[in-house]
Design a protein around this ligand. Structure first.
Ligand SMILES: *Cc1c(COP(=O)(O)O)cnc(C)c1O
Length: 454
């Protein structure tokens, strides 16, 4: 399998190179040249299903036995025998719990695998990389946990000092591994992101320290998420509708890919919080940037859904030049698609709606009262929107993207009950923290990264 960039002018690469590259060098995102189809996989563990989904994408770069071993290692870190169990809500509506991984959010599904892939590819090539990333909360801890035992990887995560939740910070800073460093920056999340971008744009620095990224546009993360859509349809049958609480469009794009590969999914329903750029696009066929508004579901507080570019490339009949041109103008002028593109690609599959913070709290409360179950605010956005689109005779599945204990304040506000951390994290607040605090200054942060990358 070869991969092409959505902006058409980066080199065509194989799987292993795409995983290490992350972003294509023309600023685009890598996608496979074709979408393979998957025959019915009815038996086997979650890890076995994962390996079957990945084989056509990986091609000759990793042999099948090795791929299965990497999947077994990645998913053995999940604390539920089903990895992603399905639980019932009201009649016709189920949740898929994607949060049984080490850091309690669905990002573990992708980042546990990505850590294994990086380690394997780097060992084969006898290379080392330094992963540098900025986080507003969930991604940092999931990325750290995915690579904390990998000898070929140093990871340095910047987070805004005093602006991540206690659970999120502790999950990052209590990891005691020689290859892990966390840095509290005196600034905002945007400042952290700007520092990371500046380090990547400093070509001599980037090359000297072999910098790498694991952000949500990495192809392997999208690929890893395809698996649980197949898991859903092999357990529930089909066709089903799936509602996905959405920020960067990564998770729901994986659902779209599963459908291309033959999973019996009828509709994909995009659930946004008040940062509803996608919902506005689905309503109006045009997309315009507005400011970010903080909500109770912070992992969906985004301005631009970066993975949407992969769907846009399909809508443009895989014309990279057209896609590049649209995205260059996007920040200033917004983006719109033709009615026939909308009819072909969006209308048959996608639906979208939003939930306010008020809806989110009301939904957490109603699920608690009716089912004695605590759900996190991101999942609540999904449940609220799923209920709007529920249809007699078509099973509805909502993706539960975080454990309630990851966002205890919102859950407590809605229900009066403060969710406790699961057993494996119950001593989180007793562990010592390893972190340094640095000013929002590129030279200082580069010097820190250089010292760690040695
Ligand atoms: C990242 C995240 C999301 C959004 O996922 P996307 O792939 O960016 O759409 C939703 N919920 C939680 C808990 C997350 O951490």
């Amino acid at each position: 399998m070869k991969y092409v960039s959505t902006r058409g002018s980066a080199p065509v690469l194989g799987f292993a190179d795409v995983v290490l590259a992350g972003l294509a060098n023309d600023g685009g995102l890598y996608v496979p040249e074709t979408w393979p189809t998957l025959g019915t996989v009815t038996t086997g563990s979650y890890a076995e299903l994962a390996a079957s989904v990945f084989v056509p994408y990986v091609g000759a770069d990793i042999d099948n036995d090795t791929m299965l071993r990497l999947c077994n290692t990645a998913y053995s870190t999940f604390r539920h025998p089903d990895v992603v169990p399905i639980v019932p809500l009201e009649s016709g509506h189920h949740l898929m719990e994607l949060f049984h991984g080490p850091t309690l959010a669905f990002k573990d599904v992708a980042l546990q695998l990505l850590g294994q892939l990086f380690d394997h590819i780097l060992t084969q090539r006898n290379e080392k990389v330094t992963i540098v990333g900025a986080t507003s909360g969930d991604t940092g801890s999931a990325a750290i946990d995915g690579v904390k035992n990998c000898a070929n990887i140093n990871i340095i995560i910047l987070y805004p000092h005093g602006r991540v939740s206690d659970v999120q910070r502790k999950q990052m800073t209590t990891v005691d591994s020689p290859n892990v460093r966390t840095v509290a920056i005196d600034g905002t999340f945007d400042d952290c992101q700007d520092l990371v971008k500046a380090m990547f744009n400093d070509a001599p620095f980037r090359e000297k320290h072999n910098l790498s990224a694991v952000n949500s546009i990495n192809w392997a993360r999208v690929m890893a998420q395809v698996v649980y859509y197949f898991e859903a349809t092999r357990k529930m049958g089909g066709p089903i509708d799936v509602t996905v609480p959405t920020g960067n469009f990564g998770n729901v794009l994986s659902g779209w890919i599963a459908k291309q590969m033959g999973a019996p999914i009828r509709r994909l329903i995009v659930a946004s919080n008040e940062n509803d750029i996608l919902t506005r696009f689905f309503d109006s066929q045009s997309m315009a940037i507005t400011g970010v508004h903080p909500t109770l579901s912070p992992s969906m507080d985004i301005q631009v859904s970066s993975n949407f570019e992969r769907l846009l490339f399909e809508m443009n009949d895989r014309d990279g030049a057209v896609t590049a041109e649209q995205l260059t103008r996007f920040r200033d002028k917004g983006l719109s698609v033709e009615p026939d593109q909308y009819e072909q690609w969006i209308a048959p599959t996608f639906r979208a709606s939003r939930a306010t913070d008020h809806d989110t709290l009301a939904t957490i409360r109603s699920v608690y009262e009716d089912f004695d179950m605590l759900i996190d605010p991101h999942t609540a956005v999904g449940v609220k929107v799923a209920r709007e689109f529920a249809e007699e005779g078509i099973p509805m599945l909502t993706m539960a993207t975080a454990h309630p204990a990851k966002f205890p304040d919102a859950v407590e506000r809605a229900t009066g009950v403060r969710p406790g951390l699961p057993e494996h994290l119950s001593n989180l607040f007793d562990l010592p923290e390893f972190t340094v605090q640095l000013p929002n200054d590129l030279a200082t942060v580069e010097a820190f990264v250089a010292a760690q990358a040695k």
